[in-house]
Design a protein. Sequence first.
Length: 318
Amino acid sequence: MASASAAQGTGKLKVVCTTSVLMDPITYIGGDKVEAISIADPTMCPHLQADIIPNRIQLNKDFIKNADMFVAYNDSNDKQYNMPAVNDFMKANNYGTVTWKTVSNPSRGWNTPTNAKLLAAEVKGWLVEKDPANASYYEQRFNDYVKLFDAVEPTPAEKQQLNKTKVIVMLWQQEPVKNWLGMDVVNFYAPEFAMNGTKTPAKLVDDINANPEKYKDVAYIIENMQSGELAKGVEEALHDKGINAKRVIFTNFPGSVPNTTTMADVLKYNKQLVLPQATATPATPTATPKATPIGFEAIALGMLIGTALAIKGKAPKS
């Protein structure tokens, strides 16, 4: 492995990231001192990529075998899919044992400005530890990076509008919708495997039919892109009751839709979807700019049917 030569300034640090959530701060803070790749495709939840991730690893095998650092969020997706795939690849080819840098609190999530800044601080620490000669460079890049999140915070006028907007939201997006955007969450829904199946879209539809007055002012139904489209029936049920709610699709991963190179772009994109005067590009998946293009669109579409696989933990799922 190339850690000694890279850290001593003879080349860029090569960093393997489990997802684009980590690749974004690694590449931004690392600047021209770092080169990074992401193992998982940002357009899909990692738990749907059991057949895709090994192929992505093979296409990046020369980079991975010589990597200086391996970083993971260490949530359930990373522990079940991404990290084992890399570990198995390294072991099978006698490339050595992987030592992972992992986030201190994987249940914290990353899809709010506050949490994204906390993640960035940890990333900066990893880079400084690996390459102390460039500590001041990483510090300056970190300071510039966190300012990106200040720029996406809702303005006072936006806050006023968001605070009075009633929504139904997918479980994995509830924290940013309620605690960051400050929207009025009337109810939420979740996949069958979450919360013992008590908050499925079907049960939400039953509640809408039984208590239509509760939902009469709902403006948006918020989906979570990497979990698949779960709430079409919810939207139809509201429309049947004369409630003209609009279904929109939030995302969690940089590179998953056009013009979302950074996590700050992702948050701005999500915010704009629920501000009527703003427009956002429709959620058409696209490959992350710095990840190796794989071309598994057809596989990805088919695998979205598998959203009932287990995910646990509080971090943004898929």
